[in-house]
Design a binder for this molecule. Sequence first.
Ligand SMILES: *Cc1c(COP(=O)(O)O)cnc(C)c1O
Length: 465
Amino acid sequence: MKVEGAESKAATLLRKIPAVDELLGRDALRQLQAHLGHRVVVEATRSVLQNVRTRIMNGNLKSVSLELIERESVTAAEASAKFTLRPVVNATGVILHTNLGRAPLARNALEHLAEVAGRYSNLEYDLELGGRGKRDVHTDQLFAELVGAERTLVVNNNAAAVFLTLNALAEGGEVIVSRGELIEIGDSFRIPDICAKSGAVLKEVGTTNRTRLADYAKAITEHTKALMRVHPSNFRVVGFTERPALAELVELAHRSHLPLIEDLGSGCLVDLAPLGIQGEPPVGQSLKAGVDVVTFSGDKLLGGPQAGLITGKREFLDRIRKNPLFRALRVDKLTIAALEATIRSYLAGNIDEVPALHMMRVSREELTARAESVAKRVANGPSFSAVVEDGESVIGGGSTPGQSLPTKLVAIRPASLSVQEVESALRHNSPPIITRVEGDRVLVDLRTVFEDQDEEIVRAFERFA
Ligand SMILES: *Cc1c(COP(=O)(O)O)cnc(C)c1O
């Protein structure tokens, strides 16, 4: 009896479910269709109705309300129309956070990008001659001025830069690399694998911790096409170690009529030693030492768009440019525009315009003042206590391992919630706020937070009240 009653109750409720078209004719959903398009709204409405049906069958819905279904459909449609790629607030203190998009672009880069991308441009058009030009010209001269390169090419990322360089200069022959430099960068970029795919045979020399010039010299045969040096970006071998000076390697390569390729990885354009960051050789220094081809990333220490830079001597760069793979790996106008603007900031001496560099250089006083202000406001309500304490920011992006920048952290302790609940709620905030959790505290490092986002953080904490 009972079961039958439940069934007929469900059947009655199911009959009350409105038709999709009836819902779509209602004001809120009609307006939304004009805004988001018919398809998105129909699909959202259908899925809400399906959900209502399921809830009725499971006995979890006691009545059918047209208004409620309408509201849920609006929410669902708006949620599905939201971009999945969205800005977040990076409160982790990791400046080049690979998961959070690495380097944020400078304002002038964004402006230039918008200006160029929304209209036609002279990407490959020579305005002097009135005919076809090359996209290389927009960055080539700038890198010549900035790092003293004879020629520079831009490809999709540094992985592509290394791959293309090896393919163009060493395919079918051997490339000599020290065993201490056979590194892996995140997301399965491994020097031996890239080498193999490029068609060059990797000839390993030396040992993990020590490789001498003589090891390279002994390995050179008539099959050798290049020597390669790789910057061990994300780790350091310490202790009983040895590797030849760059100048010695240059000398050996040139004496043997071979090019020396250097994968610098992070691509530092200014000396970071004054900030206490060691072991990131500037690109210009390698070129000056005589390295023939240097590769590095556009969105690591350079602070620009994702790109791979291949720079150095014309003789080799011309060969790389002629390789058919260049076409497959080249970048579009968006990247070129952002890169050009970023490099111009360097040339003008305005490196604080580049957000990643500004974050590295921001003063302790400024960080302290902002942290104190945020801490005071977060601790204002009953839900949290907050203090400012010393901590460390890191550069990230697989660079400068084991090194950090002293910072001021806002350390927040929730009164009743767990830190995991707070961290998760912040992550689901709009905009999402990404923090660190340590013990029973949520840590906010304002070094990587844009100043106008301090307010978002405070407001997100106020929402817990
Ligand atoms: C980061 C890095 C790469 C890969 O660069 P992407 O721009 O991420 O492709 C290659 N080599 C070294 C040494 C690196 O540090």
